[in-house]
Structures are given as structure tokens and as C-alpha cells.
Design a protein around this ligand. Structure first.
Ligand code: FES
Ligand SMILES: [Fe+2]
Length: 436
């Protein structure tokens, strides 16, 4: 079976092997400290990215808490693909393509629900929530019952890490653990903030459309250079200390985690300040229930957890965990991206969850002050890179002061472009390597 057949049945033209390399010269367009502007605007690049990144590597799709009960389902996506994430009666998680095997109609209409089967509205074909066909009306037209060997398309590989569901359209390739590498430890850091060791994605998702290329969003997520300029208004209104974390005086670092993942590691600053819940902009007195539960669970080790707080990590290509909230990046065209956002909820911490939700709404809600600033920059950036000169974007910041840490990872200063360089190194590999 070819990748294309796996992706989308017989209607999708299989990509010519090596077509990306023959068409777009990625080797020349990505330099160690420069990237070419056309990578953000060229529809041919976007088409190549779908085949070589979005329909191939591990992509974050959803969280098991969104389909907590048997037969729960929720509509998700992998890039432009409409994917239904289901939990079958036996508890297994499935990723099904929302396309009827008869004439291609959308099978699942509701955004979420609970059902063991789906019925296509066009001619009434039905499917189990595992993708197998259940039946079809007027069976004589097919020579009798059970004569059709058809079903819903499936994302062939589904893996779950700490409740985070990832899918890969490639039947073979690196495992999810290999893909995540050290970034898995950042997910671990998030879930250990829950008194029950689990996060929940139950706050609902907001969708923000940006008329910009998805890579501008992904690169920005761990860009520590922009916050004090782009977000100065919210930092001053909220009397926030976040701006200082991303300054030349900050001891925080930017780290490339391999495979295109990156983080702003703010722990050095939080440790220096040494205040439990300081990472959350508050004190332990404001959250006595939560802090009490964590101390009862972890003993003396709770102090480190409460001081170090949550990660700020971009997991290639589309999952961004920003301390209290999560973002899923969905590319739709070279110049169109949807950013899905939700508040992280910690299982067993209702007092904390209320505040996380409030902070999330204030920063990335419909009238939130943080993401509106970023989105303005994404769209200005997209308009700017369409200009013809200069052709290149510069990503050299901090090159001279990078070092390799004890884990072999590249580390830069709080405001350096170390994460972007890691992103582009991996991107170049995916866009140019020979495929099996
Ligand atoms: S298209 Fe779905 S039953 Fe005909
Ligand atoms: Fe920002």
C-alpha cells in the first residue's frame, strides 16, 4: 500500500518520489542562519510539506480525556484532513478519516458525541467506530449482504503518550518515543503538576484563524526575543514578570530538543526566585488546597515541582504547551493557519483549574490580550515575506553564545533563535531525505 492510498483512498495522486527535491531546492533555501522567504509563501512548498511532514511524521491530534468514555468521539484534524478520534468499546483509541467509502461524503457531522457507529447521510452506509463497515441499505444492488470489502480510512499509526494522542500517516518509521526524544520529559513535567499525575483537556477549544504560514507560528512559540516588545501592553496591565524572563539579564535558556522540538527553559529564573507557585504568577497562600495536595503526595520533592512549574515547549510540528495552555497548529494553505487553544486542566486540582482557565481566557480568549498580539505579528510577517527584497530571513541570533549541554542538546540565551535553528535543521532533513 502506498502512503497516498493510506492517506486518502484512491482519489489522491501519489506524490512522485523525490518531487520535492526536483521542484523546490530546499538544500539551497535553508542555510545554517538564513531561510528563504519563499518557504512561507510558495504553494508548491506547502504541497510538499503535506506529503513530507503532515502526512508522514507524528502529529499531535488530541487527548484521551476528550474521549473519556467508551464510544466517545471527537472531530480533530491532521493538517487539512478531517479526522475523527474515537474510543471503541474495548477502550482503544482510533483515528478515522471522515470520508465515506461509497461516494466520499463526510460521515461524521457532530463535533463530538457518543456512538458506537456512524451513518453516512447520503445513502445510509454505516460504520463501526473502529472504521469497519457495518452495513448498507438495499443490499441486492451489491449482489447481497456482506459483499463489500470497504471501510473508513484510518490513520495507520496511533500512539498515546501521557494521554496525548499522536497519529502518523506513515505505516512505518520512527516510533513516537523516538520522535519525541527529550521533549517527552517536558510532557512529563506538565503532568506531574497534577496531584493525580494526569492532565485533562476538558475546557473546550477556541479556534483562531491567522492569515499566515504555519511555520511562522511554530517558530514564534519559543522565540524569546519578541515578548517584551509584542506583549508589553499585557505585561504592564497585568503587572506581569514574564517580560523580565525574556531579557538580556535573564538566566533562562532556549534549548533545541532535537527533531525540530524546542523550549524556553525558564526554570533557572524560577529557581533563582525560589517561590512556590511563582511560575504561575502567584503565591502558595492563594492555592492552599492544591499546594497541600502536592506536598502530601510528593513530600520534600514537592518544593522543586512547585517552584519549577510547567514547561514552555514546542513539539514539532504542531503541539505547543505554554505553561497553562495548549495550542494545536493546523495548516490549511501556505498563507492560512488555524491555531486551536485550550486551558490545561490538572486532574484533582479544581482550585488551580479555575485560575488556569481564567488566565487562559485573559491571554488567548476571544478578547485575550496575548494571542491577539502574536496573531497581528503573524499576519504582518506573512505580508512582509511576500515582498521581494531582501529575500532571506535571518535566524543567527545567539549563534556565538550557544553551547552543548550534558545531554548533547544545543542551548542558547533566553532571547536567542536556537529553537528556530533546530526547527529548520529538522525541516530540511524531512524535506530532502530519501524515503523508504
Ligand atoms: S456517500 Fe456515503 S453512503 Fe453514499
Ligand atoms: Fe508571543
Amino acid at each position: 500500500m502506498t502512503l497516498a492510498e493510506t492517506v486518502n483512498g484512491a482519489t489522491m495522486t501519489p506524490p512522485a518520489e523525490g518531487s520535492g527535491r526536483a521542484g523546490v531546492p530546499y538544500e539551497e533555501l535553508i542555510r545554517p542562519s538564513q531561510v528563504h522567504g519563499s518557504l512561507y509563501t510558495d504553494p508548491a512548498v506547502f504541497a510538499d510539506e503535506l506529503q513530507r511532514i503532515w502526512y508522514r511524521t507524528w502529529v499531535y491530534v488530541g487527548h484521551v480525556s476528550e474521549i473519556a468514555k467508551p464510544n466517545d468521539y471527537v472531530r480533530k484534524n491532521i493538517g487539512p484532513q478531517d479526522v475523527v478520534m474515537t474510543r471503541s468499546a474495548d477502550g482503544e483509541v482510533h483515528l478515522l478519516l471522515n470520508r465515506c467509502a461509497h461516494r466520499g461524503n463526510l460521515v461524521c457531522e457532530a463535533d463530538s458525541g457518543n456512538s458506537s457507529s456512524f451513518r453516512c447521510p447520503y445513502h445510509g452506509w454505516t460504520y463501526r467506530n473502529t472504521g469497519e463497515m457495518l452495513g448498507y441499505p438495499l443490499v441486492q444492488g451489491y449482489g447481497g449482504k456482506g459483499k463489500l470489502d470497504l471501510g473508513l480510512g484510518r490513520v495507520p499509526r496511533v500512539e498515546v503518550y501521557q494521554g496525548f494522542v499522536f497519529g502518523s500517516f506513515a505505516p512505518d518509521g520512527p516510533t513516537l518515543a523516538e520522535h519525541l526524544g527529550p521533549a517527552a520529559g517536558e510532557i512529563d513535567r506538565l503532568v506531574r503538576l497534577s496531584p493525580e499525575g494526569e492532565i485533562e483537556v476538558t475546557a473546550g477549544w477556541l479556534k483562531h484563524r491567522a492569515r499566515a504560514n504555519w511555520k511562522l507560528l511554530a517558530e514564534n512559540e519559543t522565540d524569546g526575543y519578541h515578548p517584551q516588545f509584542v506583549h508589553s501592553s499585557i505585561f504592564s496591565v497585568a503587572q506581569s514578570g514574564i517580560g523580565a524572563l525574556y531579557s538580556d539579564k535573564s538566566t533562562a535558556v532556549t534549548r533545541a530538543l532535537g527533531n525540530g522540538h524546542s523550549e524556553n527553559d525558564l526554570r533557572p529564573e524560577f529557581r533563582r526566585i525560589g517561590q512556590p507557585m511563582g511560575w504561575f504568577g502567584t503565591t502558595e497562600q492563594k492555592l492552599p488546597d492544591y499546594v497541600g495536595k502536592m506536598r502530601a503526595l510528593h513530600g520534600p520533592a514537592a518544593e522543586e515541582i512547585l517552584i519549577e512549574g510547567a514547561p514552555h515547549v514546542m513539539i514539532f510540528p504542531n503541539l505547543f504547551i505554554a505553561e497553562i495552555q495548549m495550542f494545536a497548529i493546523q495548516p490549511l494553505a501556505a498563507n492560512l493557519t488555524v491555531q486551536h487553544v485550550t486551558a490545561v486542566q490538572l486532574k484533582g486540582a479544581p482550585d488551580m483549574n479555575r485560575r488556569m482557565l481564567q488566565q487562559c481566557v485573559g491571554s488567548v480568549g476571544p478578547a485575550g490580550l496575548l494571542l491577539a498580539d502574536d496573531t497581528e505579528m503573524y499576519e504582518r510577517n506573512q505580508a512582509g515575506v511576500a515582498e521581494l527584497r531582501p529575500e532571506w530571513l535571518d535566524v543567527r541570533r545567539g549563534n556565538h553564545r550557544e553551547y552543548i549541554d550534558e545531554r548533547g542538546l544545543t542551548v542558547g540565551g533566553a532571547t536567542d533563535e536556537t529553537g528556530m535553528r533546530g526547527f529548520w535543521e529538522h525541516y530540511k532533513k524531512l524535506m530532502t531525505e530519501e524515503r523508504a
